[in-house]
Ligand binder design. Structure first.
Ligand code: TIU
Length: 219
């Protein structure tokens, strides 16, 4: 079984029961004119995730690992967007408003889709989720069970929001999660650092952390 040097100790996984999970690498988060920017963020911070994630995705596909993508967003009538989310704060545009890349965070819009460099292949599932976590109101749990997946290699954005929410819940559901440090990104440097530290602290309270070059060596 492949073993990768990781924090807090080496992570061993069985390729047949491991999936690469790519969380929310959508234009809405990583490009100007989308949801991330409406919240006041510098979206260029997330773009450095793309080159290492492209390399990791290539290695995972070549090795035949399962690959699963997620997208955060809502149906056009917003019936799956709770008022608590819709009305939160004072963004420059709200979810559902027309933006330069289509309606903000709405399924089917150009801005909601995954960036070209990480475009899913036909046979790679894309999980549409209304929340930050990947399990809430989705069929991810059933999909992982059907594929016999017990370990997750977790990537995407943002580290302390959708990645953390997903890893915490996956951990509670019994999955072993390896978070790839340069393939997850935050709008905030300090959250990136602390978000990763939180995963591996206390003997791996939520999982393991390793950089992509070490992981690619063993895939
Ligand atoms: N705002 C922020 O950091 N993240 C999100 O709203 N969603 C995800 O992390 N995907």
């Amino acid at each position: 079984m492949p073993t990768v040097d990781a924090s807090p100790y080496p992570f061993t996984f069985q390729p047949e029961s491991t999936a690469l999970l790519i969380i929310d690498m959508q234009r809405d988060f990583v490009e100007p004119g989308g949801f991330g920017e409406t919240l006041g963020n510098d979206v260029s911070k997330l773009q450095k995730v793309i080159p290492p994630l492209v390399r990791l995705l290539g290695a995972a596909r070549a090795a035949g690992l399962a690959v699963i993508h997620t997208r955060e967003g809502h149906v056009p009538d917003l019936s799956d967007c709770p008022p608590a989310k819709l009305n939160r704060g004072a963004p420059s545009m709200r979810i559902g408003d027309p933006g330069p890349k289509g309606r903000i965070l709405i399924r089917g819009e150009y801005g909601h889709d995954i960036v070209d460099d990480l475009k899913p292949l036909e046979d790679e599932p894309v999980i549409d989720k209304p929340g930050k976590g990947s399990f809430y109101a989705t069929n991810l749990s059933e999909l992982l069970a059907a594929k016999g997946i017990t370990s997750l290699i977790v990537t995407g954005v943002t580290t302390e929001v959708c990645v953390h929410t997903t890893v915490r819940e996956a951990n509670d559901r019994g999955f072993e999660c390896l978070v790839v440090s340069d393939c997850v990104g935050s709008y905030f440097d300090e959250f990136q650092q602390v978000g990763l530290a939180m995963v591996a602290a206390q003997g791996g309270i939520f999982g393991w952390v390793t950089p992509s070059d070490k992981l690619i060596e063993v895939i």
